[in-house]
Design a protein around this ligand. Structure first.
Ligand code: ZN
Length: 476
């Protein structure tokens, strides 16, 4: 039993606007979410990528490699998918924004600790859970500000109605808690993004397809009915983070608004897709979210260095397509994923789904093409390498229990009855001036500057890219 992801594998160690919002029920006239019909390639898709984010290193033998973000971005560009999106260099999150969720002392620690001075902080390492899984590395807090700023900016593009889908592959760090790091995550950008969405949207649905339980997000919203969290993950009581059993359902006002789908090793495409679609369709029709956040952790793919599922990239992407087709404002985030060539393939493929662009199975040439040898395909054979321990009876039983659980939701809660979670109260109390200021130097301001400068040239990301990390993964 441990609080480490790696250990168990021994791998190298303002509220008034809510109901008046014009697209309050964007999905259908009746207000019930339903599947999008026909070809809707008119969605505005906004993509956030920071050119530096892939250059951070957790440490040589650490499985979390931000370089996967550089690989992903190069595939996105070489498939020309950036031409179908609004592309932004995100702003870094401010400390104030980060502290809208995280404790000030914890953030002060993240800000001050460095590999050089860490010995003088060793007394608080256990309090903040910093060490093996979550090491102190060069630029750690900068890294956090970059991926969190992108999620906050992405959420703002959705709240101000200037995009339909916002993508930040560097985000999705779902394990971080208010006062501690966990599972390679220091700052919980998902919680920060959802706080932003709650300023406008009455109900936000969080969906997590990482192989690990989305514990940090569930915990943050465990007692509210404004955010429903749904996590599909491996669970056996021991697998990191050791939470996410089906009986974790939320409490107080949030009772029944946390949903967990505990799975066993080796789940295959058919079982996963069947369960995902039947559960998510029921959730969306019961909860009637006004926006969705989808965490696309790619460690649920077959052959992941830390994972133990059997999913293909097509199946993982099918979950993304299914959620997109509900045509609700959608924030798409990354997450886990430790066989980095497959993470990049997966998120590039999912980007193609979000922009409705079919892409060739032959990977286009790009400067990192060697990572994808020997097949150079978008869809390598990843499944079938582990026995599926989820029997048909297990899946059916799970589905029945979950659908039964959803009956308690009794339709969507009334907006008027909503209690604003205490955590975000302070954030919402910002006066108009402060808000205007914040917006001006954030996405809106940035956007204006981008417009003034014109769109970034296609090849800009190729320049100044000094990251030659050829640290290839170990096949999981
Ligand atoms: Zn994970």
């Amino acid at each position: 039993m441990s609080r480490r992801i790696v250990a168990e594998y021994g791998v190298n160690s303002p509220t008034a606007t809510f109901s008046t919002r014009s697209n309050y029920y964007a999905s259908t006239k009746s207000g019930i979410a339903s599947k999008r019909v026909g070809n809707h390639s008119n969605d505005i898709v906004t993509y956030f990528h920071d050119e530096e984010v892939g250059n951070f290193h957790y440490g040589e033998r650490h499985p979390m490699k931000p370089h996967r973000l550089t690989l992903t971005n190069h595939l996105v560009i070489s498939y020309n998918l950036h031409k179908k999106m609004e592309v932004f260099q995100p702003r870094k999150a401010t400390e104030e924004e980060i502290m809208s969720f995280h404790a000030a002392d914890y953030i002060d620690f993240l800000k001050r600790v460095t590999p050089e001075n860490m010995n003088s902080f060793s007394k608080v390492f256990s309090r903040y859970n910093v060490g093996d899984d979550c090491p102190v590395f060069d630029g750690m807090f900068e890294f956090c500000k970059i991926y969190s700023g992108a999620s906050i900016d992405a959420a703002r593009k959705l709240t101000n109605g200037s995009t339909d889908i916002a993508v930040n592959w560097s985000g999705g760090l779902h394990h971080a808690k208010r006062v501690e790091a966990s599972g390679f995550c220091y700052v919980n950008d998902i919680v920060l993004g959802i706080f932003e969405l709650l300023r406008r949207f009455p109900r936000v649905l969080y969906v997590d397809i990482d192989i690990h339980h989305g514990d940090g997000v569930q915990e943050a919203f465990y007692t509210t009915d404004r955010v429903m969290t749904v996590s599909f993950h491996k669970y056996n009581g021991d697998f990191f983070p050791q939470t996410g059993d089906i009986d974790e359902i939320g409490s107080g006002l949030g009772k029944y608004y946390s949903l967990n789908v505990p799975l066993k090793d080796g789940i295959d495409d058919d079982s996963y897709i069947y369960l995902f679609k039947s559960v998510m369709e029921a959730v969306i029709n019961s909860f009637r979210p006004s926006a969705i956040v989808l965490q696309c952790g790619a460690d649920s793919l077959g052959c992941d260095r830390l994972g133990c599922f059997n999913l293909s990239i097509k199946a993982h992407g099918e979950c993304v397509r299914f959620i997109k087709d509900f045509k609700l404002p959608l924030l798409v985030l990354g997450g886990g994923g430790y066989t980095i060539r497959n993470v990049a393939r997966c998120w590039a493929y999912e980007t193609s789904i979000l922009v409705d662009q079919e892409v060739s199975n032959d990977l286009p040439y790009n400067e990192y093409i060697d990572y994808f040898a020997p097949d150079y395909k978008l869809h390598p054979h990843l499944s079938g390498k582990l026995e599926n321990m989820n029997t048909r009876a297990y899946i059916q039983n799970l589905r029945i229990k979950i659908l039964d659980h959803l009956r308690y939701l009794n339709g969507a809660p009334s907006v008027q009855m909503q209690e604003i979670p205490p955590d975000i109260q302070g954030f919402l109390e910002m006066n108009d001036e402060e808000e205007a200021e914040l917006l001006a130097d954030s996405s809106a301001g940035k956007e204006q500057k981008e417009k003034e400068r014109g769109r970034r040239p296609d090849n800009e990301w190729y320049e100044n890219d000094q990251d030659n990390d050829a640290d290839m993964d170990i096949e999981g």
